[in-house]
Every structure is written in C-alpha cells, then in structure tokens.
Design a protein around this ligand. Structure first.
Ligand SMILES: Cc1ncc(COP(=O)(O)O)c(C=O)c1O
Length: 418
C-alpha cells in the first residue's frame, strides 16, 4: 500500500535516498500481488518470470548439515563480518578446485551476506558521496547490466557510467574505446573509481573469454581503476566451451581486483544470503572496515553448512543436475517462444532470456504491463537494465516446466505472438 510521506520528516533524510524509487523488482512483485485475485478469477494466476530466483528445492545435503549444526550450541552466537575460518577455508578450497587459483583465507577472503550486500558496501567503501553530479565519483558498469548496480551507486552519491555490451562488440567492449568515448563526452577520467564486470551477464546470458578478462585487468592496472568482477553466475553454464572463468586466472589480477560470489543461484539458496569476496588484500581490508560498522556476519550455522556444501561431491552433483534442468527448461521455453514467431536462442549461461518485443507494442513497459494484466505472466522491462533497451524484456526462466508450457499456451490464446 502506498504511504503518504511526511515532507517534514523526509527532509531529514539524505538527498540520494529522498530522490530514490523503490527497487524495480519489488515494485513488480507488489503489482503481481495486488493483481493476483483478479487474475486468478479469470484463470490467469500469476506466474513469475521476473526475479532471478530459482524455485528448485535446495540440496538435501545442505539441509541435513544445517540440522546437524543447529544442535551445536556454540554456533548460535555472533559471527564476525569476515566469517568463520571453516567457511573461509572452504572458499579457498573451492576456488582452488574450480579455477586453480590460491587465496589466503586470513587476508584475501571475506564472507558476504549475499553478493548484493557485498557490491553495495564495496561501492560505499570506494566513493566520496555528493549530489553535485559534476563532482560525483564514477563507476563503470555493464549496460545492459544487473538493475541494482546503477541504483546502489546512485544511492551512495556517485554515478554509474554504462558500458555498452552489444552483438557488434561480441559483448566484450574494448575498454580503451570506452575510455575515449567517456573522455570525449566531457567526463573526468580521474573520477573513475572502479569497473564492474559481470560474466556470465544478467540479463544477456553472455560469457567472455580469458583473453578479455586479461584485457580488463591490464586496463584497470594501467589506469589505476579497481576491478570488481561479479561472478554470481559462474556455475550456471550449459556448454563446456563457454565455461566461465575467474578473473584471478589472469596475470596481475591480484594487484587490482576483487571478485564476488554467491550461493544464491547455482545452489538455489537465494534466501540464505550467503556469498563471499576474494581478491587483493588491501581491497578486502577496506571492505572489512565498512562492513565492521554495519553487520556482524552470517549466522554461523549457515556458514558451516555452506562450507560443507561448497567442498562436497554432493554440492558439485547438485550444480551439475541443476544445470541439466535449466538447460532443458531454457530449450523448452525458447522452442515455445519461437513457435509463437519470436526469434531467440537459448543462452550459453544463466537462466535469462533477453527477448525483443513485437513492433506493435509502444515499448517494453507497455508489453510487460499487458502481459501481466492479460495473461498473468510477470517479466521485467528491459529499461530496468539499460535505459536504452526499450524494445526488450528480461525473462527469468525459473518456473516449473508445467508453468512454462502454460505461459506459452496463454501467450498464444491471448494474442502475444510475435
Ligand atoms: C549479476 C548479479 N549480481 C549479484 C546478484 C545478487 O545476488 P545475491 O545477493 O543473492 O548473492 C544478482 C541477483 O540477481 C545478480 O543478478
């Protein structure tokens, strides 16, 4: 329900927060809830393809481990922002097994209450807040890119500058060209604090090769820009030839980079809020200073169970099985969409589709609104990820197979052919 805001109280708050809108995903969710009764009555009960949240059951192994650790009295007290040594060592082992890279759990690994928290606090640690746009610090972000990037940067009194990912640049833009363009537009290169990269990418589902990651490392080192690699989707891939990398497989990455990970997607543990950062020890130390003033870490029980999961054969088996399921889901849904006249390929990684909308719709907001109000199908307008993406919507192919088939049926019956 909308709240009537008291201007007198509002004026006590900082300008960034005062001028902010609610996060798009929560706005969409609220609309879905508000329309549920009406849509259900007409046989169009909402099916959400909006949030990047798998609906699969989490691994039985992690549930069993959690139950065991709940019985250990010492695991119910405060943790620390950094995390328990068992968790940090599990991260070290996972990074070694998965990417062949080494980290010191004492200085180069840090727990996160989900990677969104880590990203936001990284930005907080980096920028000097101001609402004077000309003097704002800048963070380079992928465009299209995760909707939270631009919002969390804005909320901290800084500016996100979108780097265009397109078919033309094979989703791997030359950063020297980007910097040139940025400078020619009258922006100050000295204001750039960091570059965020995200491969596999939300919402495009594209990946990048090691050569490109090396380019990012070299560019950042040359210009003294901190490299933040958001690797939330590194385990969700469907083709060995496009297996995602860690930026730390590149020479010199430890001089300049930090990489963020999440258990949310590949282990379907979105509600657990478990993630971690690895990388340069100075960057990790600065992040720890911010987090020390804000949180006291993840519930120890969840850290212990997650540590076991990350280092177990059961954990790897779960990831492999999930990837088979998502590959099938994506192929099934893509086939359905193409039977309606759309022209789209299944992505190489992630569970996202970046769908071009039919010409008869004014823009992606009109398409998404109509699809929700008519057919009960919840998708996200492309402009949430890139202000120029007016002809696209993002679809999270996370629903159950039956629901995916039902969506195609509804789209056909309700006139949503291409
Ligand atoms: C690219 C990207 N990074 C980070 C996150 C945050 O995930 P979490 O906070 O659950 O780890 C998301 C979630 O959708 C995402 O898409």
């Amino acid at each position: 329900m909308a709240v009537n805001l008291d201007n007198n109280l509002m004026n006590k708050f900082n300008n960034q927060i005062k001028n902010m809108e609610n996060y798009i995903m929560f706005i969409i969710k609220a609309r879905q809830i508000a329309l549920t009764d009406e849509l259900t009555k007409k046989g169009r009960k909402p099916i959400a393809l909006s949030m990047g949240a798998p609906v699969e059951r989490v691994s039985d192994y992690v549930i069993q481990k959690t139950k065991e650790y709940l019985d250990v009295d010492s695991l119910h007290t405060y943790s620390t922002p950094k995390g328990e040594m068992k968790f940090l060592e599990a991260v070290r082992d996972r990074m070694q097994v998965r990417f062949g890279v080494d980290f010191d759990p004492k200085t180069e690994i840090f727990s996160l209450i989900g990677s969104k928290e880590g990203l936001s606090n990284m930005v907080k640690a980096l920028v000097n807040p101001t609402d004077d746009i000309k003097n704002q610090d800048v963070i380079l972000i992928p465009s299209p890119g995760y909707a939270s990037y631009s919002q969390m940067i804005k909320a901290q009194g800084a500016r996100g500058y979108g780097i265009e990912l397109s078919k033309e640049n094979n989703f791997m833009p030359d950063l020297n060209i980007v910097l040139d363009k940025y400078t020619k537009e009258g922006n100050d290169p000295n204001k750039i604090k960091a570059l965020i990269i995200n491969y596999p990418n939300n919402p495009l589902g594209c990946t990048c090769d090691l050569k490109y990651l090396q380019h990012c490392v070299d560019f950042c080192k040359k210009h003294n820009i901190i490299l933040i690699s958001d690797n939330a989707y590194c385990e969700m891939y469907y083709d060995e030839d496009f297996k995602p990398h860690s930026v730390f497989e590149c020479d010199g990455a430890k001089d300049i980079a930090v990489e963020l990970y999440s258990l949310s997607k590949s282990y379907a543990m979105t509600g657990w809020r478990v993630g971690y950062a690895v990388g340069n020890s100075t960057i990790i130390t600065m992040l720890s200073r911010v987090k020390g003033t804000i949180d006291t870490g993840i519930f120890k029980v969840l850290q212990y169970a997650s540590a076991d999961l990350m280092t177990s054969s059961e954990g790897q088996k779960y990831i492999d099985e999930q990837n088979i399921k998502f590959k099938n889901k994506l192929e099934r849904f893509v086939k359905g969409l193409n039977s309606l006249g759309y022209k789209i390929d299944a992505p190489k990684a992630t569970f996202y589709l970046w769908l071009e909308i039919p010409e008869r719709f004014k823009d992606c907001v009109e398409f998404a609104d109509n699809l929700l109000e008519t057919s009960g199908v919840v998708v996200v307008p492309g402009t949430a990820f890139d202000p120029n993406a007016k002809r696209y919507v993002r679809i999270s192919v996370v629903a159950k197979d039956d629901d995916l088939d039902e969506i195609i049926r509804r789209m056909k019956e309700d006139g949503f052919q291409y």
